[in-house]
Design a protein around this ligand. Structure first.
Ligand SMILES: [Zn+2]
Length: 157
């Protein structure tokens, strides 16, 4: 894991949070942003922890957290971040049926389709299927003009 805060940054943030705790009347140790208990650097490891919005969602505010508390929070945030990426991909049309690493052969986004008897044929577009249906029902003549039920009413009003 790449480091994000230098030793000087950590010392400064620790001192700031220690001061904030003292000003709030919470003692002489910084308060963990996750469990609201004091962080004693002689007893437990500690991290610079994001407060409110996590870093991956643009969070900038930081405080001090127990390493265990921050790791547990990070595991939850990682899952949330992965889900947000999945939802985003789906919403922009980059994910969905037939767009995975191994789309199904003759699937809905394929240029071919499988017939009920196991054969293969070229997949028709919706317009092609519609034209074929109209031809089967004789709704259009050879010139494409509507006839039968869909023809304009006689008399022209
Ligand atoms: Zn904690």
């Amino acid at each position: 894991m790449p480091h994000r805060y230098s030793a000087r940054d950590r010392a400064n943030i620790f001192a700031r949070e220690k001061n904030n705790a003292a000003l709030a009347g919470r003692g002489r140790l910084p308060i963990c942003v996750h469990c609201d208990l004091p962080v004693d650097p002689l007893r437990s490891l500690w991290d610079v922890a994001h407060v409110g919005a996590p870093r991956c969602f643009g969070g900038k505010r930081v405080g001090i957290g127990h390493h265990g508390c921050n790791s547990a929070d990070g595991r939850k945030v990682t899952a949330d971040y992965a889900k947000s990426n999945r939802v985003h991909a789906r919403h922009i049309g980059a994910a969905g049926p037939g767009l995975g690493r191994a789309p199904m052969a003759a699937g809905r986004r394929s240029g071919i389709s499988r017939t009920m008897d196991g054969g293969l044929k070229l997949r028709r577009t919706g317009a092609q299927k519609h034209a074929a249906m109209c031809a089967a029902l004789a709704l259009h003549d050879a010139d494409g003009a509507a006839v039968g039920l869909w023809a304009p009413a006689e008399g022209g009003t």
